[in-house]
Write a protein that binds this ligand. Sequence first.
Ligand code: AMP
Length: 147
Amino acid sequence: MLDLSSFDLSTIPVTENMIDAEKVAHVQLQNPLEHALLVLTKTGYNAVPVLDLDGRFCGIISKSDIVEAMFGIEQIEVEQLYSKTVEDVMKDDIPTVHMSDSLEKALHVLIDYSFACVLDDRDKMVGIYTRREILKQLRNEFYQQRS
Ligand code: AMP
């Protein structure tokens, strides 16, 4: 059985196994929805961070945000992809973690979101921490205990 008493999330820095910002697909506030849909489709992700021109975190945009924005009263309005921007439809009330936080803080965010954005003091995104990473750490702990 997995004994989690030695696996203290409050002592593991969130930066330890995060995905660094340069490897994170993102879009910018002023990008048209068409560009965001392209990024989401090509990467296969359901959602990606939205940054401003200085790399500061502004929110998250998902495929469902875009599809919802395209629903007109009677039909899907494809032209919305060109007339609306990421800023018009993204969600900005997203909890984040600071780069000095531990995994414990990220765990709380990951209950409701599939990834947590890791920010510096100026709100610049330095990386993301995903559900997959936390599960990988749990798996490693499991195999270490078995060996
Ligand atoms: P995962 O736990 O690996 O399934 O990732 C959870 C979510 O995090 C994905 O669905 C994406 O929304 C986001 N994500 C993971 N890796 C990246 C990446 N390299 N760039 C942008 N978003 C990512």
